[in-house]
Design a protein around this ligand. Sequence first.
Ligand code: PLP
Length: 446
Amino acid sequence: VSFDERYAAHTPKSGELFARAGRVIPGGAGSSARTVKFGWKPYPPFIASGTGSRITDADGNEYVDYLLGLGPMILGHRHPVVTAAVTKAISDFGTCPGLPYELEIEAAAKVVEAVPGIEMVRFSNSGSEVVGSAVRLARAYTGRRLIIRFEGHYHGWQDTVYWSNHVDPAEAGPADAPRPVAAGPGVPLELTDTLIVLTWNDPDSFRRVMAERGHDVAAVITEAAVFNTGCILPEPGYLELLREETSKAGALLIFDEVITGFRFCRGGAQEWFGVTPDLTTLAKGLGGGFPVAAIGGSKDVMGMIAEGRYSHSGTYNANVVACAAVSATMDLLAEPGLYERQRKVGDRLAEGLRKLAADAGVPVRVDGLGTVFQVWFSDHPIKNWRDAERYANVDRFTRWYQEMFLRGVLFHPSQYENLFVSLVHTDADVDRTLEAAAEVFPVLAA
Ligand code: PLP
């Protein structure tokens, strides 16, 4: 029996909803990352509800949820404290005063306290928005135009950064001097002149380009650990090199911590790896599942906004829902021992998967950091997107996703996404996942 037939029998109601959705919503889903094209074949499951680490589809099937809304549900679904804080704030006050208010200061002060590189912060609504602002702010601050970014990193859908993310490898040029490739149609190709795209974790090409063009570079933007090409950690010394070379050249270093922020420790990747950027973007995780994003940085750079020399505007910026969610989430994340405990839960899962795969004779690398990881079906180390394209067995990954899904474990069907362990996943969730995996790895080996 094919997967499609088993899936249809498992999720008939989702099938009906998908047909209905497709008549009024392009692709039947509100973001392209939820569509058939992105791997949700033959159609995405439709969700009825979520509680904590579990999510239930329209057919009543419950899953241990490692998709976590693609990252934001860091406290699990419907965390009662965050829900109550938001409900209270909007009942007492409203949603969108269009002027500053006290709760906004509270939310901002808590983010400043948590993230080492943030002395001042502004709130917006999505990661794409704040990345767009960060890039333009860096250009305004330095008076330069050139941006360096890396292949396989995703920084949202704005024209300035929607490049070289999972494009056709045949178009991408040589690894030591990649060609910028727009990530989709509609991006003005004139922007090619404003970009240098490099292979990540490759110190030599970075050093060479900075020696040649460093004086023209406004900013280097990077995921500080890459979670948009599965999970790839920086090689020792690599982030330090980015920091050193940008400082030397008078360019800004932007850490796009939309995923890594608050993920495996409260201060994000910059705290974990001990490298402080000039600008930081945050989103997923920041509001415990509510839509909010932030751009923050040194007083010097954010001073451009303070002095009115750079306009960061937005009708919905720092709305009451966002600030109430941030404030409550920051309090919860400050619980002593929380991250240590959850990294252990994640590590136990990763270790369990490694062992089960080895027992079944399936070569895998489980790469990541405690509460976020990916299973590469590869016996070769993956240091960047080019390695992933070359060495990771995507067909095996698809079967892994399919078999786990049918056994009640949910994660994204693309190997370029990852598994998120929330701060409320438990050892019981891990046990249930490992039980499913113990059945699935032998199927993959067959
Ligand atoms: N930056 C990174 C690192 C991301 O992972 C994403 C989204 O996945 C974005 C930016 C864009 O964020 P949003 O989807 O909220 O616009």
